[in-house]
Design a protein around this ligand. Sequence first.
Ligand code: FPP
Length: 244
Amino acid sequence: MTGQPSAPRLTKVPQHVAVIMDGNGRWARERNMMRVQGHRAGVDSVREIVRTAGEVGVKYLTLYAFSVENWSRPKTEVSTLMKLLAKFLKDEVPELNRNNVRLQAIGRITDLPKAAQDQLHDSIEATSKNTGLTLILALSYSGRVEIIEAVQSIIREVKLGHLDTAQIDADVFKHHLYTRYYPDPDLLIRTSGEMRLSNFLLWQLSYTEIYVTSTLWPDFRREEFFRALEDYAKRQRRFGAVSS
Ligand code: FPP
């Protein structure tokens, strides 16, 4: 691609990258724009990061697109975000298919407006045969709700006699989470400088490497993503043990 920074040589590539896309509102305010314009610019970053992740060999990319807490934002902002989401899901299918990207979603999907839910199901179906990157959108997502739903699901299985309480361990628990089909993230990226998890993947991030940049999400593009990947490649992961 002309004019685009080429991918660096990386000694290791994270299999799963999770991203807290923060700072759309601040990006807009800095430009005297409406917040929704920040979200629109954020969609362009989403497109670029999805393409780049697939290119460098990341297998799973989870994007925190909308939290359960985000429903309490002003009505107009919520409805614009839902419309942007439905439009993104519709418009991006050809590009996702061109790049062999399979779309998935986690969260309380039935909370979404019907139009967004229908489009989401259509786009998941239309990309289901792709074998490259799996793009997972976290929508109406809450880490605490996910854990509570997992507990409820385990209790149901115990009551039905399908599971003995003595069998419940971390592996059984994982199989009741939305993310049961995916490995835990290796790298978490958070934009806009905030040092918090904001109720994102609370169980799954236990041993994840964290990369925080002050760059606002609409400015987080290919080059910034490469910087995060280069930083990750230098990390020594010990998972609570000592290095050899
Ligand atoms: C955080 O910025 C961002 C969000 C709550 C939404 C993220 C949504 C997008 C990037 C666009 C839609 C996504 C897809 C997948 C089509 P903020 O508004 O909290 O920023 P602020 O902290 O500066 O106010």
